[in-house]
Design a protein around this ligand. Structure first.
Ligand SMILES: Cc1cc2nc3c(=O)[nH]c(=O)nc-3n(C[C@H](O)[C@H](O)[C@H](O)COP(=O)(O)OP(=O)(O)OC[C@H]3O[C@@H](n4cnc5c(N)ncnc54)[C@H](O)[C@@H]3O)c2cc1C
Length: 346
């Protein structure tokens, strides 16, 4: 039986995986998404500044580093697995049930599900999905894709405005359409939008996507005024839909073994990563305790605590905390390689 099963492969789950490995436990990560990294995949091109000791760098690079670290001790990784139920059979024996009908047995569990499973709200137009592999986008994965292109952005929330401003530096043109008369985002963002050469189409919604005759790509978008029904055709190279996200977070409510929640949503952390159920621990955005900040940095503290608590739960005689990595025998051999690399570089 696996020592620790981690639900969620975001920053909290990945660091919990690393730290559990460091504590000598076998680890399994289950995540609904098809890749590790959690909701950082919503903003891969954004530059992250607020992780201690990490110089500002794009989020996708932080994801790469986190994944590398999280996989260091060789956890079993099961992607596209949505956990739908948790059952405590007895002390040191839990069963996790997934939507595909799989069962995973584990001595302990770390719940690191963030805000739940998030999926972008898709464009409600028949056949729109056939453009998802070409030029219909729900997340800006790479700014490069938009260089010298004519871009239409649908939506007027902060993400839509943010992308409009960022991409306007590289694109040939940026047009933003939204159903409301006024833009709802932050004041400073609206002012910035006015300064930049961004065309605004208020009260307009996407009515139709016209494609190239010879390839499955959108060539123009028909916009329709939500009041007057007047239409306008805009030629495009790329379309970005920023209509928000759908969140699914039923697991903690539906599970046979329930942990106590705060505000009917967050896991109640008893002091730190301990939950109301012995053997189940929490980490990251889903966990609430008095010292909580909803930052990536905070995930790491929760995750180390959760792993240490899981270790003590499985083996009450084990040392309470892990040895710091600089003095940890686990890394003795590996350190030789790292030091060799530094000597070679210097
Ligand atoms: C636009 C944006 C910008 C941000 N910028 C910053 C920033 O600059 N600095 C910073 O510190 N923080 C930032 N954050 C916050 C940061 O991303 C979160 O604090 C962090 O991702 C939380 O990590 P987590 O591991 O707790 O959860 P998540 O990253 O949400 O990962 C949770 C994982 O659990 C999986 N999951 C959920 N439910 C299930 C289930 N039932 N079964 C299987 N898998 C499940 C999900 O698929 C997901 O992969 C930002 C957030 C957003 C949205």
């Amino acid at each position: 039986m696996t020592d620790v099963t981690i639900i969620g492969g975001g920053p909290a789950g990945l660091f919990a995986s690393f730290y559990s490995g460091l504590r000598g436990m076998s680890v399994r990560i289950l995540d609904f998404q098809s890749k590790l990294g959690g909701k950082m995949h919503v903003y891969p091109e954004k530059v992250i500044w607020d992780i201690g000791a990490i110089a500002p760098k794009p989020c996708y690079e932080v994801i790469q580093d986190l994944v590398q670290q999280g996989l260091h001790f060789g956890p079993e990784v099961c992607l596209e697995e949505k956990v739908v139920d948790i059952k405590k059979v007895e002390e040191q024996h839990f069963i996790l049930y997934t939507a595909k009908g799989n069962e995973y047995h584990s001595k302990s569990i770390i719940i690191a599900v963030g805000g739940g499973i998030i999926k972008p709200l898709t464009l409600d137009i028949e056949g729109a999905e056939r453009f998802e592999l070409s030029n219909l986008n729900y997340v800006v994965q790479s700014i490069q894709k938009y260089k010298n292109k004519h871009i239409l952005i649908s939506g007027a929330g902060n993400s839509a405005l943010d992308w409009a401003c960022d991409l306007s530096e590289y694109a040939k043109s940026v047009t933003i359409c939204y159903r409301k008369e006024e833009i709802s985002g932050h004041e400073h963002m609206r002012q910035l939008l006015d300064k930049l050469d961004i065309s605004k189409k208020p009260s307009m919604a996407i009515k139709q996507l016209n494609s190239h005759p010879d390839k499955p790509m959108i060539s123009e978008v028909v916009l329709e005024n939500v009041e007057t029904k007047e239409q306008e055709i805009i030629p495009v190279d790329e379309v970005i839909i920023s209509h928000g996200f759908d969140r699914e977070s039923e697991l903690l409510h539906n599970a046979q073994t329930k942990v106590n929640l705060v505000n009917d949503f967050f896991i109640e952390g008893l002091g730190n990563s301990q939950t109301s159920v012995p053997g189940i621990f929490g980490a990251g955005d889903i966990l609430k305790h008095d010292a909580k900040v909803h930052l990536i940095a905070s995930c790491f503290n929760d995750a180390a605590n959760a792993a240490n608590l899981a270790k003590s739960y499985i083996d009450p005689d084990a040392q309470e905390g892990g040895r710091v990595s600089s003095h940890n025998d686990v890394f003795k051999e590996k350190n030789k390689e790292v030091i060799k690399k530094y000597i070679a570089q210097s």
